[in-house]
Write a protein that binds this ligand. Structure first.
Ligand code: SAH
Length: 497
């Protein structure tokens, strides 16, 4: 199994920087043990003008068979592995994909201390995979790599036997990709698409494969026209995982479409209030209100659910009483921006130990979210489709079940007070709904009652006598009685959703 990555350069930007980006020195040949044999990395050429890195995976077919048997799944899912003679040692498949992610782990993440600016930028690349099993043939190869920014995608069928062309083509193609891409993006595409084209995985697909797919798909998969096929094949057609991944990708797509568009209304200052001091943007008033509630509740371990670009996480970090802060968001891009804002890579060990950013969807129960003192949902619920709210209720109030839950959402009644907002418009393009004070209270009262919490309401921003405050906030406090299980409609609704 073989793959080469070639780049070109100049005296100022030498091609040999590829070695820094891959974290493998061009002057050395190195080899690494992997689960299925040895992976070798070496450079057939390495000059300032041209540098080629090669990854060769020497699969040990005996070890493959043995591993399959040890795990009690000698025959499944790929019965071919039970035989000693098959294409696995030669064809670029999920084995190569796993080797790629093991040997070039940092490069896949786009990390490069020595040349950080080069890791961020597109570079001329030529990637060749001489024997790629492609179920769906060259057409599918083109459909998969075509939309990903390559200037040329070449998939040439490999004849079954060069001496007997009349035998026709094999199911393998020689793949050559050329274009200017970030190395990390190119590697992540290969990591996902090699096993997708092979359409057979050498291992049992576990639920954490969904996370891996979403992470590796950052920046290219959510918008890909073939995302359904990619998702389904990557997850070996396991229906429930595919459905989960498809929904999460859709959330990512929607969240990212709106992410960089600032919530103008919230960040604008209210010019109508006549004060001597600097007017405070609503977003900042909201953060202060949330911090006050968290301090009052005596919480020290806090979840920021739907943390977006990490402004609240940043504010929490400044107060030492918050010893553990976890930001959760479905959008990898939001988390990347948050990590940059927090300068996670430059924080001292002690500070860095207090904060974690994790990718996750709030409409799914997540074990990582249990055991915290408080959870914040700041301006998040209105980004979910109404029918998905019971699923969020279940995941937050029943499964994660922190002692305190703070929820904020716009008060739609106040919209008439925003001069810049045309009548009848929601404040942000991605808001699925905006509630009146009564609608919010109805929801929160019901949730509190059936999940075993009490709830109190606080205004955020100027509390207008007629229309109320611009932001409404509910503070839920867990009671000891636990959820009401006699009438478990939330659970049923959540399951149905
Ligand atoms: N809490 C931040 C960001 C609010 S914007 C603030 O107050 O400024 C809403 C955020 O929720 C976005 O970052 C979006 O990606 C995230 N989000 C929306 N639906 C989500 C879901 N189902 N699971 C996790 N995060 C979600």
């Amino acid at each position: 199994m073989f793959l080469t990555i070639r780049t070109t350069g100049t005296a100022e930007r030498p091609a040999t920087d590829l070695g820094f980006l891959l974290h493998k020195h061009p002057d050395k040949a190195q080899s690494f043990p992997t689960a299925h044999g040895r992976a070798h990395v070496f450079y057939p050429e390495a000059s300032a003008e041209r540098c080629t890195a090669a990854l060769l995976l020497e699969v040990d077919p005996v070890a493959l068979v043995r591993r399959g048997k040890e795990k009690g799944r000698g025959g499944a899912p790929d019965a071919a592995l039970a035989q000693y003679v098959n294409d696995r040692p030669y064809a670029a498949s999920s084995l190569l994909s796993v080797a790629l992610s093991t040997v070039f782990r940092s490069a896949l993440r786009g990390e490069c201390r020595a040349r950080p600016e080069r890791a961020e930028q597109p570079m001329p690349l030529r990637i060749e995979v001489p024997a790629l099993p492609a179920r769906g043939g060259p057409d599918l190869v083109n459909a998969l790599f075509g939309p990903l920014g390559w200037t040329s995608v070449e998939a040439v069928p490999v004849p079954l036997d060069e001496e007997f062309p009349e035998w026709g083509d094999s199911r393998y193609v020689r793949l050559v990709l050329e274009g200017e891409l970030r190395l990390a993006d190119a590697l992540r595409q290969l990591y996902v698409l090699l096993p997708v084209l092979d359409d057979a995985k050498h291992y049992w697909v576990a639920p954490d494969e969904v996370d891996k797919l979403i992470r590796a798909g950052e920046g290219w998969l959510a918008d890909h026209p073939e995302r359904k096929l990619i998702t389904s094949r990557y997850l070996s057609r396991r229906w429930s995982l595919t459905r989960q991944a498809t929904e999460r990708l859709e959330l990512v797509r929607l969240a990212e479409a709106d992410l960089l568009e600032v919530e103008d209304v919230d960040n604008a200052v209210d010019e109508t209030t006549d004060t001597e001091e600097r007017p405070v943007p609503l977003a900042e008033q909201r953060r202060e209100a949330i911090l006050a509630v968290l301090r009052d509740s005596g919480s020290s371990r806090v979840l920021d659910l739907g943390c977006g670009q990490g402004q609240l996480v940043q504010a929490l970090l400044k107060d030492v009483r918050f010893t553990e802060i976890v930001g959760v968001d479905v959008s990898v891009r939001a988390l990347t921006i948050a990590a940059r804002r927090l300068r996670l890579d430059r924080l001292g060990e002690r500070q860095a130990g207090r904060v974690q950013l994790i990718q996750g969807a709030l409409t799914y129960t997540d074990k990582r979210l249990t055991g915290y003192d408080a959870a914040v949902l700041s301006e998040v619920i209105e980004h979910l489709d109404l029918p998905r709210l019971p699923a969020l209720e279940y995941a937050v109030f029943r499964a994660a079940r922190p002692a305190t839950v703070v929820v904020t959402t716009p008060n739609v009644e106040y919209n008439v007070r925003w001069e810049s907002l045309p009548a009848g418009h929601v404040r942000h393009g991605d808001h699925r709904f905006e509630w009146t004070r009564e609608e919010f209270r109805n929801w929160a009262d019901t949730v509190a009652e059936r999940t075993g919490y009490t709830v109190a309401y606080l205004p955020v921003g100027p509390d207008d006598p007629e229309v109320g405050p611009p932001t409404q906030m509910a503070v839920f406090t867990r009671t000891d009685t636990g959820p009401d299980t006699t009438n478990d409609s939330a659970e049923k609704e959540a399951k149905a959703a």
